[in-house]
Design a binder for this molecule. Structure first.
Ligand SMILES: Cc1ncc(COP(=O)(O)O)c(C=O)c1O
Length: 302
């Protein structure tokens, strides 16, 4: 088991070719961060990287975090705990644990101790007094917010943006806004950074993003696109799911409909609407999350 907190970070860049892109004279590449690591993939690793370094710097030996029953973040933290030999705790939005839920089963198999809490208690996850009480209960734990978003998460996402070849647009799915904020931090002012909000009524996130990133507060080279939620968080139309399957078979690009698929579907609509000037180079960030497909199948949603 490795004792330093690293994974190989040079995930592939996959060019996409199709008639629509040719007709619109656009160059699209997908940054396949879903392939970063078989289990700690996508933005989860990018956000964890400098948090794990902080954990070590603060002499903490355990990782405690929060998530829903199908959370990609819980899945990735459990895997990271296993690979890096860190005890992990998951405060799970309950009130009960479903023993057959594939994400929770995985988390337990990879050594995460699951602590189900009521929905009311879960709502306190960012409350300072609640966090202080958790810290007293788990004194060795480094406490990471839900989704892994904090200032240290931004550094990993900024580093990813800096590693990319020259491009005009960088697009990613947006949940809490941490990934988008980090990409803005790491991008030159000449790049337009686009976040596709995967939840309904996400306009409030703009304030959150500018609070997280000084660059986002100062610069206008980024946009949060709030019209592509397709019904809200975790919801998606039959057309969106069909699009995901088409991308998988035609372009060998596996997508799930909650994050990466929603972003790519939005991108296709933007391309059709001539959002991008001919000749533009676009990079779409695949943020992983493919483990979520098992949960959707389990719930018989796909
Ligand atoms: C696969 C995947 N992509 C994108 C996101 C959204 O990232 P953020 O919360 O940083 O906006 C998440 C949630 O954290 C996710 O699990």
């Amino acid at each position: 088991m490795p004792n330093s907190f690293t994974v190989h970070e040079n995930s592939p860049l996959q060019p996409i070719k199709c008639d629509l892109l040719t007709a619109k004279k656009l160059f699209l590449t997908v940054k396949r961060d879903d392939l970063l690591h078989p289990l700690i993939s996508g933005n989860k690793w990018r956000k964890l990287k400098y948090n794990l370094a902080q954990m070590k710097a603060r002499n903490k030996t355990e990782l405690l975090t929060f998530g829903g029953a199908f959370s990609n973040h819980i899945h990735a933290c459990a895997a990271a705990g296993h690979y890096f030999n860190i005890k992990t705790h998951g405060i799970i939005r309950g009130p009960h644990l479903d023993a057959n839920n594939p994400t929770l089963q995985f988390a337990q198999q990879y050594g995460m101790q699951l602590h189900p809490v009521t929905r009311v208690e879960y709502q306190q996850r960012d409350n300072a007094n609640y966090i202080a009480a958790l810290q007293a209960r788990f004194p060795n734990a480094y406490i990471l917010p839900e989704g892994g978003t904090n200032q240290f998460a931004l550094a990993g996402c900024a580093e990813l943006a800096q590693s990319l070849p020259k491009h005009d647009y960088l697009i990613c799915p947006t949940g809490s806004g941490g990934t988008l904020a980090g990409l803005i931090e790491g991008s030159p002012a000449s790049t337009q950074v686009l976040g596709v909000a995967v939840l309904k009524q996400a306009d409030y996130l703009r304030e959150h993003i500018t609070a997280l990133s000084a660059k986002a507060a100062q610069q206008s080279n980024w946009h949060l696109l709030c019209d592509f939620h397709d019904g809200g968080y975790g919801k998606f139309s039959a057309d969106l799911w069909q699009f995901c399957q088409h991308m998988s078979t035609q372009h060998h690009l596996p997508l799930e409909p909650i994050y990466s698929g929603k972003m790519m579907y939005a991108l296709w609509q933007l391309i059709a609407q001539d959002y991008f000037a001919p000749g533009s180079k676009i990079i779409a960030l695949h943020t992983g999350g493919l483990q979520g497909l098992a949960g959707l199948k389990y719930r018989k949603v796909i």
